[in-house]
Design a protein around this ligand. Structure first.
Ligand code: GLN
Length: 390
């Protein structure tokens, strides 16, 4: 057989999505891949029903249906404090996964470098490598996952084409402070780099933390590709609707990449999700409160189970320290956890460039009853782990 692309040697399939399959195999409660087990807002479900009979069923405009872009521009302008033009500054994509891939492909030439903070969401390295670029990593240090300013500037001295910023951050739950973001902005300006954001958890930020959109910082709109999605905000991760917002000269080019990658996101789903974007502002405070309660309930359960964790400030993940169980191979530990404890988790090593194998990631985007059941199972972990052998 002829040789396959060498790009593929440098990464595996997604461990997050692999863990969903492993959880399902053992009938475990899946707290690995982050998605809710509760329904989206009723308004969206109703709109989907209507779209099923009224359409559209054929392609929409490749960069997104007009009414969806208008609704998106209106909502995001409000939240981002910008005046976004639906006709020139938005591309609707198949999830933020495509938004990020199309963004990295738009800005990178072969051999370019892209800064990625570690821990990271595992798609970023693949985005860079498939675009012919090379990820360079800058560590975020627990407990607050802050970066060292000198280390970040050294990475910028390598003249990266872009920095990828996941804020609020997956998997750490970090919400970058205004000072940190301003520091990144200063370096992006000084070294003339783009910033590609992943802001899919923009509405899941617990008090007292606040989400600051990177593109809203002075002078940053022209060098920022703001990627996000409707998956987490409206509990529709399977719909695969995301978007990129940016300067029209950038977006014109993201559109080209997107057009040839996927042509467009599913037309009836684009139509139906407009109902979500039209929800009143109270929806977003309701969502924040919902996840704050879930986080607090879940963390309390983890404490009762005697587990150590870092308290997340945003998003819906928590990193748990499992070092006391003598874990050498965290993937094996997670398989054991799914099989013997009945909980699906993601091995921490899949998020770190550094050699970290003492963390696992769980998520709390689940019904209260599912979280309570999970806590009961997790309470058996320490006892069962006495018999854990690799
Ligand atoms: N962001 C989700 C997670 O980290 C997964 C998203 C996906 O699998 N596309 O679990």
């Amino acid at each position: 057989m002829p040789e396959l692309s060498r790009k593929l040697i440098n990464f595996t399939d997604s461990v997050i999505r692999r863990m969903t399959r492993i959880s399902d195999k053992y009938g475990a409660i899946n707290l690995s891949q982050g998605f809710p087990d509760f329904d989206p807002p009723r308004e969206i479900e109703e709109a989907l029903k209507t779209a099923a009979f009224k359409g559209p069923h054929q392609y929409s405009i490749t960069w997104g249906a007009q009414n969806l872009r208008e609704a998106l521009a209106e909502k995001q302008s409000k939240f981002m404090g910008l005046d976004i033009d639906p006709d020139t500054q938005i591309v609707v994509t198949c999830g933020s996964t495509e938004a990020m891939m199309a963004s990295v492909m738009t800005v990178c030439n072969p051999g370019d470098k892209v800064i990625v903070f570690s821990p990271f969401y595992e798609n970023y390295a693949a985005d860079a490598i498939l675009s012919g670029a090379e990820p360079i990593y800058v560590p975020l240090y627990p407990p607050d996952f802050s970066f060292n300013r000198v280390e970040l500037e050294s990475a910028f001295k390598q003249k990266p084409k872009a920095l990828i910023l996941c804020n609020p951050s997956n998997p750490s739950g970090k919400v970058f402070t205004l000072e940190e973001l301003k520091f990144i902005a200063g370096l992006a300006e000084k070294y003339d780099s783009f910033v590609i954001t992943d802001e899919v958890y923009e509405h899941i930020v617990m008090d007292p933390y606040k989400h600051v959109y990177f593109a809203s910082l002075p002078g940053m709109f022209n060098r920022t590709l703001s990627c996000s999605s409707l998956s987490k905000t409206y509990s529709i991760t399977g719909w695969r609707i995301g978007y990129v917002i940016g300067d029209e000269r950038i977006i014109e080019n993201v559109r080209k990449v997107h057009d040839f990658l996927t042509v467009g996101a599913a037309a009836p789903l684009q139509e139906a999700v407009v109902a979500g974007l039209k929800l009143p502002m109270e929806y977003y405070s309701w969502l924040k409160n919902l996840y704050t309660k879930k986080r607090d309930m879940f963390l309390q359960g983890l404490s009762e189970a005697g587990l150590k964790y870092v308290k997340p400030q945003g998003a819906y993940y928590v990193l748990i320290d499992v070092s006391e169980f003598n874990v050498r191979d965290d993937l094996k530990f997670c398989e054991w956890l799914a099989k013997e404890v009945g909980i699906g988790a993601v091995p921490g090593s899949s998020f770190f460039k550094e050699d970290v194998n003492y963390l696992i990631r769980l998520h709390f985007a689940k019904k209260d009853e599912t979280l309570l059941k999970s806590i009961e199972k997790l309470k058996t972990l320490r006892e069962k782990a006495q018999f854990y052998r690799e």
